[in-house]
Design a protein around this ligand. Structure first.
Ligand code: PLP
Length: 507
């Protein structure tokens, strides 16, 4: 055997990560079969695993060192599949009713595979992937009644999408060169306004932007947990008198906790009156605007300078996908564009995605949404969203009808309620109130530990409520009934062991 020179070897490179096409095909088929079986059996599986994997089980050993040499890919996939199917937490299970995490559409799941295979980087606006992203943004605008000549892009989720909009607002509202000279050059404090139920992205945005979290004005709400426009106006006026500059008014369309929708028309008018940017965080609730009988307030979405919708919530896209839509596309460009010398070949005819947001190398997140929108169309989404809301109302009605449950709120697809033992119904005093809070916290824990359903909580005027949110096309009425039954069962069990002596004789 003659020895090959280095140059000769490099004509036939044997990269250890490469896979023979036949091997790839076989593993791909096998994985697809396993995933299809997993999805079929999902409703029977525990939503949260009853135990954690033992050390070394299915190759899961967090203390193991980085391997020096490689392992067979088939073995690895086999073990990873079992590890995740047996020990995963399934937020797309029909009885996952906790945080707002939508079920992953099958076509979106396949799209993720396809997107990875073609490995499109979507930094540029042109090319098939860039154009598909632009069309998807336009379709989402059309779906929810936002002007279709808007600009926008996909980000990892609602946090980053909202932070991107916030940054665009900051740049647009500063009448000095804030990008070059910084925040301090303005010689005045910028203020952001929204209801006290805003999502915590606002704190990250205020911190990251340098305006500081004290510049967030958390405005009081009315009895329906919607921002109070008079309180907002008063606060803005006070800040101006003190020499500050209100720069953004934020409406939330579907608060994370209870799904309340701020009065968007009034907020838009106030923002205009004060010369502020009007942003709507519709990460959760925006998609409900497709319904013919959508709440009137949601129609105010169309008045916003920017809005955020999370496709990985109510468009059922696999995680992650958030998107920001901006009325004037240039605003994103003005806030994010830098042209590095190494991007000489990039088109300058359109705004490229790397110039409209914080990311440069970007995955093809739009594909899973683009395909799902075509698979079911507007009507398909309208049907699924309406059904999710109907199920939430059904859950609310079951709570209303149950003598041991107190229904609390129902908005969009979020219903809240709490358990009250029969002998304590109508006993409204401080110690009963405190006990019910502790009891319901324990009920939530017990429900979630059962593996049969997962719920979360809301704190409503100091009252601990059990919270259910349905953004899942696989959830049905029997799941909703099961959640109610489970809450009552856990309520009785917890009450029988937890109730303090002094509350035991209540009649
Ligand atoms: C979920 C949510 C967010 C955050 O979105 P992520 O996708 O989790 O980053 C922001 N605002 C509201 C109103 C939400 O419901």
């Amino acid at each position: 055997m003659t020895k090959m020179t280095h140059a000769e070897q490099f004509h036939h490179r044997a990269a250890p990560i490469e896979m023979e096409p036949e091997h790839f095909r076989a593993l791909g088929h096998q994985l697809t079969d396993q995933i299809a079986a997993f999805l079929t059996t999902l409703p029977e599986r525990a939503i949260v695993p009853a135990r954690q994997p033992a050390v070394g089980e299915e190759g899961f050993d967090l203390a193991s060192e980085l391997p020096t040499e490689g392992t067979d890919a088939a073995d690895l996939l086999e073990r990873a599949t079992r590890l995740l199917f047996d020990f995963g937490v399934f937020q797309h299970h029909p009885r996952w009713a906790s945080w707002i995490t939508g079920a992953a559409s099958p076509i979106g799941t396949l799209a993720e595979y396809l997107a990875a295979a073609v490995n499109q980087g979507v930094a540029a606006a042109d090319g098939v992937a860039g154009n598909i992203e632009a069309q998807t943004i336009r379709w989402i605008a059309e779906l929810i009644g936002y002007p279709t000549d808007c600009g926008g892009l996909f980000l990892s989720g609602g946090n980053l999408a909202n932070i991107t909009a916030f940054h665009a607002a900051r740049t647009a509202q500063a009448d000095w060169d804030i990008r070059a000279d910084g925040l301090m050059a303005g010689n005045r404090q910028l203020y952001a306004y929204g209801s006290r139920f805003m999502h915590s992205w606002i704190e990250k945005a205020a911190d990251m932007s340098g305006i500081g979290t004290k510049a967030i004005r958390w405005i009081d709400t009315d009895a329906q947990f919607r921002i109070d426009p008079d309180a907002l106006r008063t606060r803005m006026q006070e800040d101006i008198v003190q020499g500050g500059q209100p720069f953004i008014v934020i409406g939330t369309a579907g608060t994370t906790e209870i799904g309340a929708i701020d009065p968007l028309h009034e907020l838009a008018a106030i923002a205009r009156e004060f010369g502020c940017w009007f942003h709507v965080d519709a990460a959760y609730g925006g998609v409900a605007a497709i319904l013919p009988d959508a709440p009137d307030d949601l129609k105010g979405l169309s008045l916003a300078d920017s809005i955020v919708v999370d496709p990985h919530k109510w468009l059922y896209a696999p995680k992650g996908a958030g998107c920001v839509l901006v009325r004037e596309p240039r605003r994103l460009f003005d806030a994010f564009a830098f042209r590095p010398p190494y991007f000489h070949g990039m088109s300058t005819e359109q705004f490229n995605y790397f110039e409209m947001g914080p990311e440069t190398t970007r995955g093809f997140r739009a594909l899973k949404v683009w395909l799902a929108l075509q698979q079911v169309g507007r009507d398909g989404y309208a049907q699924m969203v309406a059904e999710d809301m109907r199920l939430s109302r059904a859950l609310h009605d079951l709570a209303v009808a149950h003598p041991e449950l107190q229904a609390m709120t129902q908005n969009l697809s979020i219903a809240t309620f709490r358990y009250i033992p029969l002998t304590l119904v109508g006993h409204a005093n401080e110690s009963v109130g405190e006990y019910l809070n502790v009891l319901n916290a324990a009920i939530m824990k017990a429900v979630n530990a059962s593996g049969e359903a997962v719920i979360s909580n809301a704190i409503i005027d100091g009252v601990f409520a059990l919270r259910t949110c349905i953004v899942n096309f696989r959830t049905s009425l029997s799941d909703v009934e099961a959640i109610i039954d489970l809450a009552v069962r856990c309520g009785r069990e917890q009450d029988s062991t937890m109730r303090p002596q002094e509350l035991r004789d209540a009649r």
